[in-house]
Design a protein around this ligand. Structure first.
Ligand code: ATP
Length: 597
């Protein structure tokens, strides 16, 4: 992975702005050069030697400004005015340069964030199981933050050399001997900067990884705050955070120690070279080899070159940090979806609700076989209950229908088409899922109901809510359908959230429904209302219900009993009870447990 080339692609989108920034920086550099000349004049006027050859004197004489006894004062004023005059364009172009750089910086940041987010949306479920949420969020925030330095690196990397070249040309023009002496330390300085900044990239990666870990701790403890509080684990969480926080701090300080050493090294070398300059320049002035004005101009330009050199050191640090961030970002962007849509995938239309599994075997990438030769057919409009002990593979069967995963072998067919041959969006358009835990997004209730059908008519939304037994409680809320929900639908009861999820599925109007024991966490009263809504939702649709409580599946057309990745029994409730198999045994155990309760 050529990180530099890939990053440059993002930077070059803004080449026009960058070019303008460089132009501004060139004009600023020209002003700096002009300022050197003005300083020369100042020193010459102040020392009172060789004044007559100065351009300001020519100006003064032409316009008759020099009237004794104020001639010298007038000359100083003219030079001061020229100094101010040079500063005006310098300030303006420096402003334009700074703004253009910042604008490019922020635009690149936004582009990269967008690319990462868009890519995340295309990744399969398995990616999100493999990677921690905190780490993903850290990449989109901290690492993109580092990448935004990229444009700064680019502009400064042009800015600094411009100043160095302009400054050096001035230095050599004034006195090549002094210039050569001043530069004696430069190669040594370059070597030192290189050595110091080499380790910065790895240290920055360490810091970013620690920050990602920190994010994970925060994300987990906030998501699981109820558990934290219920088990009185606040102190434990604080200690966990403090440990990772201290590690992150140590990593950041290690990187900072390196980065901090770069500038003083450059400055120290600059100081040595300044001392050399003073020594030899002093001797040259004494010997009359150089005028005092020229010496001032030389010193000023040497200062500018030294500052630009210092900037170079900073750029190197910034560059290494940018590369560390870019590496982590590109790593994420390179995560491939293992669920690729075929180029000739067909649009799935006219679905009646036929689902079939043919000898399906499945295992997660890192694990044991989870499904072992599962075969069944569900006819349009049929309600099938899938039951079995925990870990039997029920949810996995349900996840294969909308192609959240692909089988390791065998086929999953919807309406007679292998799901790998159809366009994923067209397949999922026909499938509605009511999960165990309802996910609501920040936004209004109406927007949440219309999640699968953005722009749906309010009347349709209300109709869906009515059928889901949700209309009454929604209307009783302060802003009805426009009530904004808190994070994750806070402020709603479990049953209310479920009914919104049912309304959402009703509005989508899919032919195939997957219900993951939607009522298991509700009390008896809410369960009745939700169950009624579910029955309305299932009417006329192919439905797969994953059920934990066997008493809830009496009305299913057929019940499939799974254990350890295989379907062991199929039949109606009464048939299965009568056969005395696994279902009958599970039912007896549950029935007894419910009686005890
Ligand atoms: P439950 O009734 O407890 O929800 P289930 O019958 O729905 O269980 P599945 O969720 O399908 O069972 O899980 C079947 C097996 O697959 C389990 O052993 C589980 O540990 C494993 N499993 C589930 N999801 C993953 C995953 N993303 N990666 C690896 N293994 C997984």
């Amino acid at each position: 992975m050529d990180v530099r080339r890939r990053l440059l692609k993002y930077v070059l989108v803004y080449k026009a702005r960058l070019f303008a920034a460089v132009l501004c920086s060139l004009i600023s550099a020209a002003c700096v050069r002009a300022l050197g000349v003005v300083i020369n004049w100042f020193a010459t006027v102040a020392s009172g030697k060789d004044v007559l050859n100065l351009p300001p004197v020519e100006i003064g004489l032409r316009y008759g400004i020099f009237e004794p006894p104020h001639a010298k004062t007038a000359l100083i004023l003219i030079v001061a005015f020229l100094a101010v005059l040079v500063h005006v364009p310098k300030a303006l172009f420096s402003y334009a340069n700074n703004y253009l750089t910042a604008s490019v910086t922020n635009r690149i940041g936004a582009d990269v964030r967008r690319a990462v987010y868009d890519h995340l949306q295309t990744l399969p479920l398995s990616f999100f199981h493999r990677n921690k949420t905190g780490d993903i969020i850290a990449r989109i925030t901290y690492d993109v933050g580092l990448i935004t330095n990229a444009s700064q690196v680019v502009t400064q990397a042009i800015d600094a050399p411009v100043l160095i070249v302009v400054g050096l040309a001035g230095l050599f023009a004034i006195s090549w001997k002094l210039a050569a002496l001043t530069l004696i330390f430069v190669p040594l300085m370059g070597m030192l900067i290189d050595r110091l900044s080499k380790k910065i990239r790895r240290l920055t990666t360490d810091t970013q990884e620690k920050l990602a870990e920190l994010n994970t701790v925060v994300e987990e403890s906030i998501r699981g705050i109820r558990v934290v509080k219920a088990f009185s684990m606040e102190q434990h969480e604080m200690t966990r955070f403090a440990r990772v926080n201290a590690e992150a701090l140590r990593a950041a300080l290690r990187a900072a120690r390196r980065a901090a050493a770069v500038i003083p090294t450059v400055e120290f070398m600059g100081g040595l070279s300044g001392a050399m300059l003073l020594l030899f320049a002093g001797l040259m002035v004494v010997n009359g080899e150089i005028r005092i004005g020229k010496l001032f101009e030389f010193t000023y330009l040497a200062f500018i070159v030294a500052s630009a050199g210092k900037q170079f050191g900073k750029i190197n640090v910034l560059y290494q940090q940018t590369m560390a961030g870019a590496e982590r970002i590109f790593h994420l962007l390179d995560a491939k979806s293992d669920l690729v849509e075929k180029p000739d995938a067909i649009e799935l239309r006219d679905v009646r609700g036929h689902v079939e599994f043919r000898e399906v075997h499945f295992q997660y990438s890192d694990g044991e076989p989870i499904l072992r030769g599962v075969s069944f057919k569900i006819e349009p409009g049929e309600v099938i209950a899938l039951v079995g002990p925990s870990g039997a593979g029920k949810s996995t069967v349900a996840d294969l229908i909308p192609r959240f995963y692909d089988p390791t072998s065998g086929q999953v067919l919807v309406e007679g088409c292998d799901v790998r041959d159809v366009k994923i969006a067209s397949l999922r358009a026909h499938i509605g899922i009511v999960p165990q835990e309802t996910i609501l997004f920040s936004g209004t209730i109406a927007e949440n109901i219309a999640y699968g059908r953005p722009g749906a008519d309010l009347l349709d939304i209300i109709e869906a809510a009515k059928a889901a037994n949700a209309h009454d409680f929604i209307q009783a809320m302060p802003n009805g359908y426009d009530t904004r929900l808190g994070e994750g639908g806070s402020g709603l009861s479990g049953g209310e959230k479920q009914r919104i999820a049912i309304a959402r599925a009703l509005l989508k109007n899919p032919r195939i429904l997957i219900l993951d024991e939607a009522t298991s966490s509700l009390d008896a009263a809410s369960e009745v209302v939700v169950q009624e809504a579910l029955e309305r939702l299932m009417r006329g649709r192919t439905t797969l219900v994953i059920a934990h409580r066997l008493s809830t599946v009496t009305s299913a057309d057929r019940i499939m009993v799974m254990d350890r990745g295989q379907i062991l029994e199929v039949g109606s409730f009464n048939e299965l009870l009568a056969s005395g198999g696994l279902f009958a045994r599970m039912y007896k155990i549950q029935f007894r447990a419910e009686e005890v309760l």
